[in-house]
Design a protein around this ligand. Structure first.
Ligand code: NAP
Length: 487
C-alpha cells in the first residue's frame, strides 16, 4: 500500500533557532524529506534565522551538512538536496534586539501561508511573538509553532499562554508535542473510532489496566543542567505520557476536528484523580553499567545532592463512568534496558474458562508500539496445533506499519515532518491547546509539590535495568506485572 502525498499550499516558513540542535537534527532534514516526497510546492521558502551571522549560501551549506549527518544515505540524493537548498534563505535576528527584523519583514510574502517555528529556548518565545508584531511581520493568518517545554508549572504555563495571547489568537498557536505526530498515535484514534471491534470493550468492564511505557537507554548526557531542573515528571509525564493517556481514555469526539478532539482530551485530564504518594516511585540511575565506568545521574548533572528523578512510575485513576476501576500505570526513565515506547491495553480474563485451569493461559493484550518499529500487536489465545488435546497457546496478531503500509517496507514520516505539514495546512488536531497544557500542569503540580514537601529521595536503579525495585512492587501489590522492556 503506497501512501498518498497531498501537497500543501505554498508557504514561507521561518525557523527561528535554525542553527540549533533540534533544527539540525529534526526540522531541516524533515523538511527535506517532505520536499522529496513532493509535498512542498516549488514556490515555498524556508527561512532560517538565529543570531549567528551568515548568508544564504552559508545556511545552505549548513543544511546540506545536517541532511548528510542525520539522514540515512538511502533517504537522500545529491540532486534533490541541491533542489531543496534553492528554497532556503537566511536572516540573522536577535530575539532580544531589533537588528535583522526589517530584513525579515521585507522577505516575507503576504500572499502565502506564513509560519514561524520557535525552535529556541522558551525564555525567547515572548520576545519573538512581540517582535513579529512590532515589525509588522505577523498577520491574522500567520501561525507560530512553539516547542516544549511549555512552562515548568501551572503559573509559568499561564504566563506563557498570556504572553502569546497578547499577539496571537489561540487558532494561530501550535504547541508541539512530537509524540502526537507519531503514526501509531494517530492510528490509535483510527483503531478506536474507525472500527467497531474495540470500542465496545474499551472500558473498565473489559480492560483490566493500561500500561504506558516510554523507556530510553541514554542518560541525560549533555542536557544535565537543563534536565536536573525538570526531571522525568515535568520532561515526559506532564506532556507526552499524559497526551497518550488522553488519547486512550477519551470519549469519541463528535467529529475528527481539532477542537472536538481536544475538548475530549481535556475532559480526561479534568477527570484524573490526584495521585497517592504510595502510587508513585521515583528513581535515579546509578553509575556503572555493562561497560563499567558510566557516570551516575548525580555525576551526570554535577550535583551529588540532587533529588531530581531520571525515572518515574505512577498509578493514575480516571474518575468517570468509562474508566472507574481501571488503573493507568505510567512509567518513563533514562538508562533503562531498552529503548521502547509502548501503550498496552491489558484486557480482563474471560468470565469462565471452559478449558479449566490452563497453564498457558494469558489475557488478551493490545500493544501499540511507538518505537522501535511502529505498529500494533494483539495477543490472542488459540489452540496449540497438533494432536495433543485442547491445549491453549498465545499468538500475536502483529502489524508493523512499515511492512503493512510502506512501499517495500519503506519509511514512515518522522513525527516532525507530519506536524510541520499540519501547521501549513492549518490543522491543530495534533497540537496541544492552551487550556489542555494548563490542566495537565494543574494535575502535575500538587504531585510534585507533595514529594518536595516530604523531601523524598529517588530510589537508585542500575543502568540497563527496568528501573527501581519499588516500581515492580507498584504493580506486584495489585497482582499485576509490568510488560518487559526489551533490549
Ligand atoms: P539549541 O541547540 O540551544 O539552539 C538554540 C537556537 O536558538 C540556536 O539556533 C541559537 O542560535 C538560537 N538563539 C539563541 N538565542 C537567541 C536569540 N537571542 N535570538 C535569536 N536566536 C537565538 O536548542 P535546541 O536543542 O535546538 O532546542 C530548541 C527548542 O526546542 C528548545 O525550546 C528546546 O527545549 C526544544 N526541544 C529541543 C529538543 C532537542 O532534541 N534538541 C527536543 C524537544 C524540544 P544563535 O546562538 O546563533 O543565536
Amino acid at each position: 500500500m503506497v501512501s498518498r502525498v497531498i501537497p500543501v499550499d505554498p508557504f514561507d516558513l521561518v525557523v527561528f533557532g535554525a542553527t540549533g540542535d533540534l533544527a539540525r537534527r529534526k526540522i531541516l532534514p524533515g523538511l527535506y524529506r517532505r520536499f522529496v516526497a513532493g509535498q512542498i510546492p516549488e514556490t515555498s521558502r524556508i527561512i532560517g534565522s538565529a543570531r549567528t551571522e551568515m548568508d544564504a549560501a552559508g545556511f545552505r551549506a549548513f543544511v546540506a551538512e545536517a541532511i548528510e549527518e542525520f539522514l540515512d544515505v538511502k533517504k537522500r540524493d545529491a540532486d534533490s538536496v541541491a533542489r531543496f537548498l534553492d528554497h532556503l534563505h537566511y536572516v540573522a535576528v536577535d530575539a532580544k534586539g531589533d537588528g535583522g527584523w526589517p530584513e525579515l519583514a521585507a522577505l516575507i510574502r503576504r500572499d502565502v501561508v506564513q509560519a514561524y517555528y520557535f525552535s529556541v529556548g522558551p525564555s525567547l518565545f515572548g520576545d519573538l511573538a512581540e517582535r513579529l508584531h512590532r515589525h509588522g511581520i505577523a498577520t491574522p493568518n500567520s501561525r507560530i509553532v512553539v516547542e516544549k517545554p511549555f512552562g515548568r508549572d501551572l503559573a509559568s504555563a499561564k504566563t506563557l499562554n498570556a504572553t502569546l495571547a497578547e499577539h496571537f489568537d489561540e487558532s494561530q498557536i501550535y504547541r508541539i508535542d512530537h509524540y502526537l505526530g507519531k503514526e501509531t498515535v494517530q492510528n490509535l484514534m483510527a483503531v478506536r473510532f474507525a472500527n467497531i471491534l474495540f470500542e465496545p470493550l474499551w472500558n473498565a468492564r473489559h480492560v483490566d489496566h493500561v500500561q504506558i511505557t516510554v523507556a530510553e537507554t541514554v542518560g541525560v548526557g549533555g542536557r544535565g543542567a537543563y534536565y536536573d531542573k525538570s526531571g522525568a515528571m515535568r520532561d515526559m509525564v506532564q506532556n507526552h505520557l499524559m497526551q497518550l493517556l488522553c488519547l486512550i481514555a477519551m470519549e469519541p469526539p463528535y467529529r475528527f476536528d481539532p477542537d472536538a478532539v481536544r475538548d475530549e482530551k481535556l475532559k480526561v485530564i479534568h477527570a484524573l484523580l490526584p495521585v497517592e504518594p504510595d502510587d508513585i516511585v521515583r528513581g535515579q540511575y546509578r553509575g556503572g553499567g555493562k561497560k563499567g565506568a558510566a557516570p551516575s545521574y548525580a555525576e551526570d548533572v554535577g550535583d551529588p545532592a540532587t533529588r531530581t528523578e531520571s525515572y518515574i512510575a505512577l498509578k493514575a485513576h480516571i474518575a468517570n463512568w468509562r474508566w472507574k476501576g481501571t488503573p493507568f500505570y505510567l512509567r518513563t526513565g533514562k538508562k533503562l534496558r531498552g529503548r521502547a515506547s509502548e501503550i498496552a491495553i491489558v484486557f480482563k480474563e474471560v468470565p469462565h474458562s471452559i478449558f479449566g485451569d490452563e497453564e498457558g493461559w494469558r489475557e488478551n493484550v493490545l500493544a501499540i508500539r511507538l518505537q522501535p518499529n511502529e505498529g500494533m500487536n494483539l495477543s490472542v489465545m488459540i489452540k496449540e496445533p497438533g494432536p495433543g488435546g485442547m491445549r491453549l497457546t498465545e499468538v500475536p496478531l502483529d502489524m508493523s506499519f512499515a511492512e503493512a503500509l510502506g512501499e517495500d517496507g519503506a519509511d514512515i514520516p518522522d513525527a516532525y515532518e507530519r506536524l510541520i505539514m499540519d501547521v501549513i495546512r492549518g490543522n491543530q488536531t495534533l497540537f496541544m491547546r492552551g487550556d489542555e497544557v494548563e490542566a495537565a500542569w494543574a494535575w502535575t503540580d500538587p504531585i510534585i509539590a507533595a514529594w518536595e514537601a516530604r523531601g523524598d529521595r529517588p530510589k537508585g536503579y542500575d543502568p540497563g535495568s527496568s528501573g527501581p525495585e519499588d516500581a515492580l512492587m507498584l504493580l506486584h501489590r495489585d497482582g499485576r506485572r509490568w510488560r518487559e522492556i526489551r533490549e
